[in-house]
Design a protein around this ligand. Structure first.
Ligand code: GLY
Length: 375
């Protein structure tokens, strides 16, 4: 499939038309999942807080629409209250501040945003366990729960905040931590076939690897597709920031698994290893995120290899646009239908998800030639 500029431009126009409408209702809220056509607004300390402002920054970068900038800035400023309660924050500070403060700093050079990003990066770095060489994922979800030894695949997408912090300060400490964590992912998360574990556990006192837990995938040994997407994009970004071949090779292995397991219409099921009888909902957000990772990979590999990743990324985005978009439904605020947030917890299944929308728009921007990302 060759890039057909026309469908990308058409999709971009559809995105702009919908966001022009939805931004008036959502304003500087923090949408997460859409139910009955309306995005639920989440609390700003939820891990998804960056995606709406990040999406608006993507649009602002092309159009300069002042309302989008104002909303994105208002979202970022609300996170100032959130970071004061830093003990409530987990490793997803990377998602949250990369798409708010880092995005604004990259676009506008705003000093206050640089400081916010660096504060978040410092807190993220503080979650590093030196013995186990991993960044702790979560705080306790319930009283007396010990999550001090838990690391999750999603964290790969938090690492760009650390690479950015080293870049702007000239201090390699942040990158050192990112690279150590990424090496732990290579050692413990990625299976020989390129599928990944969601949750890996360590003894937080000794650093010893103790096992795995089932998470948002069907089972411990299954292959949660959004986790696979975090791996493809996260490892490709590690390769971009470090130039290290081992991260590129791992990203390619995960990408090959992802591509080989796509169904005929190129949009993944929520898990690639589902036993018979389990509902095979799609997860459009996994497709959109993986597409961004595949397009990033295409920019990193030798020209003779690039076509494989570029065409796979483009096919996924085209399929999402053609068969999963809510373009014809003026009553639906989401851009992409059929996302699955957390099937095991029966949460937000088969609905639009703000991170699916974000990565879809980032993917379109890449196809329009914007190879630089906020990550
Ligand atoms: N980072 C949580 C998720 O992917 O749902």
């Amino acid at each position: 499939m060759t890039t057909t500029v026309s469908w990308v431009d058409e999709a971009w126009q559809q995105v702009e038309a919908k966001i022009a409408r939805t931004s008036r209702r959502i304003g500087s809220g923090f949408p997460h999942a859409s139910h009955g056509g309306t995005y639920d607004l989440a609390a700003p300390y939820w891990w998804t807080a960056g995606f709406w402002p990040g999406l608006l920054w993507l649009l602002y970068r092309e159009s300069g629409t002042p309302e989008y900038r104002q909303i994105a800035e208002a979202c970022e400023e609300q996170l100032d209250e959130v970071i004061k309660q830093f003990d409530r924050l987990d490793h997803d500070m990377g998602f949250m501040w990369t798409l708010t403060s880092v995005a604004r700093y990259r676009l506008l050079g705003e000093e206050a945003s640089r400081r916010r990003g660096l504060l978040a990066a410092s807190l993220l770095m503080g979650r590093y366990n030196v013995k186990g060489r991993y960044i702790r994922a979560w705080n306790p979800w319930r009283e007396n729960e010990d999550n001090s030894g838990v690391a999750i695949i999603d964290c790969l997408m938090n690492l760009p905040l650390l690479f950015w912090a080293s870049q702007v300060t000239g201090d390699p400490r942040f990158s050192h931590v990112a690279i150590e964590h990424a090496d732990t992912v290579l050692n413990h998360f990625i299976r020989p076939d390129g599928s990944v574990y969601h949750i890996v556990c360590f003894d937080s006192a000794t650093g010893e690897h103790t096992g795995y837990r089932g998470g948002q995938g069907y089972a411990e040994q299954s292959a949660w597709s959004r986790g696979a997407a975090w791996a493809v994009y996260g490892l490709a970004l590690c390769a971009r920031h470090t130039g290290e071949a081992r991260f590129l090779e791992a990203a390619k292995r995960c990408a090959h698994f992802f591509i080989a397991n796509l169904p005929e219409d190129y949009v993944p099921h929520w898990d690639f290893r589902l036993p018979a009888g389990v509902p095979r909902y799609r997860d459009s957000s996994a497709g959109a995120c993986a597409a961004c990772g595949l397009l990033q990979l295409a920019d990193l590999v030798a020209p003779e290899e690039a076509g494989l990743y570029r065409s796979a990324g483009e096919r996924i985005l085209h399929a999402l646009y053609t068969h999963y978009g809510a373009w014809d439904d003026p009553d639906e605020e989401g851009l992409l239908l059929h996302g699955t947030s957390n099937y095991p917890e029966n949460s937000n299944i088969d609905v639009p998800l703000i991170y699916g929308d974000y990565y879809f728009v980032e993917g379109l921007a890449k196809l329009k030639g914007r190879s630089e990302a906020f990550w």
